[in-house]
Design a protein around this ligand. Structure first.
Ligand code: UD1
Ligand code: UDP
Length: 362
């Protein structure tokens, strides 16, 4: 069986790695890795290939940045050629980025079976570009691999046939479990570099990149002001996503107490999550990783497609309400909030379950 994987943006790499490695253990499987090039900076792409032990991509489509339509159209035109030439038996796509939905559309048109890893997640908010990508990809997929039971419920409610849906657990957590020991080894050097002093330094870790938070200058300025206030009490470490870097450059300059740094590699970022007093984010993956690590997480969004991180995990939503953000931070710094539990099947074996299902199918 020839399986072709499509990745393109930072969160895809952690999700694909365990599936590639599980399938590599099956002698009957040949694999091709296609990188769309949606993310291309060394610290948004290459570093993950090295740290996660991913093979070099067989093809890089080099699509780069652009409007949603342009980016998806470029993926479609360039991926169609690759898929027609390589003739895989199955294409696997990951998560909810533009590359995912664009590749899914191509597969549906050229009649190549499609598997979606991380299927069924819904925020029920179509103003989020990712929600549109999730709906399109799931509507077209032949095999839908869900990370949690809510995914199965959503897909069944949309009329997806039960035999296409497989609850396999969370592939992102497979990668976390595998690399946690290596991440922890880096902690001493990393803490020294960031001047996080003391045996157990306290700090808040922040990531922000959702258009709803960073593309609207007034909203971004208000969030930055609140984070700056929080930094009077506790160090705030903020690896800045390239989208956010551009938006921050457009705001009037202010005195910042925040430790604004470049996006980090997977191992350093994981080490920082593990030791954080709390995390403030709008990332999908970080909501999940903090749930697994039982680190308090405050999410700057009105909704989440990952409700299990709230019902079971350590996550809370505050929308864009800076007063609520301030209150939740105060409460959590005082030891409030709950650590939560790890959701079922977030156990390090999701990639193997996917590989077993694919191999059994042929
Ligand atoms: C994309 C995904 C989002 C995901 C995020 C993960 C879509 C619609 N969005 O958002 O779901 O959470 O990746 O990080 O697919 N840029 C660089 N260097 C890079 C990549 C991007 O400078 O390597 C800049 C470009 O100016 C680009 C902007 O960041 O225009 C946004 O990049 P894009 O891939 O379109 O969306 P993200 O915000 O990264
Ligand atoms: N991440 C990273 N370096 C950073 C910020 C995040 O390695 O500086 C990792 C994080 O641990 C998680 C993934 O990137 O594994 C999440 O990706 P992102 O937040 O870009 O996208 P989302 O999950 O929101 O789609």
């Amino acid at each position: 069986m020839h399986v072709l994987h499509v990745v393109g943006a930072r969160p895809n790499f952690m999700k694909a790695a365990p599936v590639l490695s599980a399938l590599a253990r099956h002698a009957s499987v040949r694999q091709t890795l296609v990188h769309t090039g949606q993310h291309y900076d060394a610290n948004m792409s290459d570093i993950f290939f090295r740290e996660l032990g991913l093979p070099e991509p067989d093809v890089n489509l080099g699509v780069g940045s652009g409007s949603h339509s342009k980016q998806m159209a470029e993926v479609m035109v360039r991926f169609e050629e690759v898929v027609l030439e390589r003739k895989p038996d199955m294409v696997l796509v990951y998560g909810d980025v533009n590359s995912t939905a664009a590749a899914a559309l191509v597969c549906a048109k050229v009649l190549i079976p499609l598997g979606h890893v991380e299927a069924g997640l819904r925020s029920f908010d179509r103003t989020m570009p990712e929600e549109v990508n999730r709906l399109v990809t799931d509507a077209l997929a032949d095999l839908l691999f869900t990370p949690s039971e809510d995914g199965n419920i959503n897909l069944r409610a949309e009329g997806v046939k039960a035999d296409k849906i497989h609850l396999v657990g969370n592939v992102m957590i497979d990668t976390l479990i595998r690399l946690l020991p290596r991440a922890l080894e880096r902690w001493g050097d990393l803490a020294a570099t960031l001047k996080l002093d003391g045996a157990k330094p306290r700090y808040v870790l922040v990531t922000l990149h959702r258009p709803s938070n960073v593309d609207e200058p007034a909203a971004l300025a208000a969030l930055m002001q609140t984070l700056n206030d929080i930094a009077r009490e506790i160090p705030v470490v903020f690896p800045v996503h390239p989208r956010t870097r551009q938006r921050l450059a457009q705001l009037p300059a202010t005195d910042s107490r925040l430790l604004l740094i470049e996006p980090l590699g997977y191992l350093d970022f994981l080490a920082l999550q593990c030791h954080a007093t709390l995390v403030v984010t709008d990332s999908g993956g970080v909501q999940e990783e903090t749930t697994y690590l039982r680190i308090p997480c405050i999410t700057l969004r009105a909704n989440t497609e990952r409700p299990v991180t709230i019902t079971t995990g350590s996550n809370v939503l505050v929308g864009q309400d800076t007063r609520r953000l301030r209150d939740e931070v105060t409460q959590r710094l005082a030891g409030g909030g709950r650590q939560g539990e790890i959701p079922p099947l977030w156990d390090g074996h999701a990639g193997e379950r996917i590989a077993d299902i694919l191999v059994a199918r042929k």
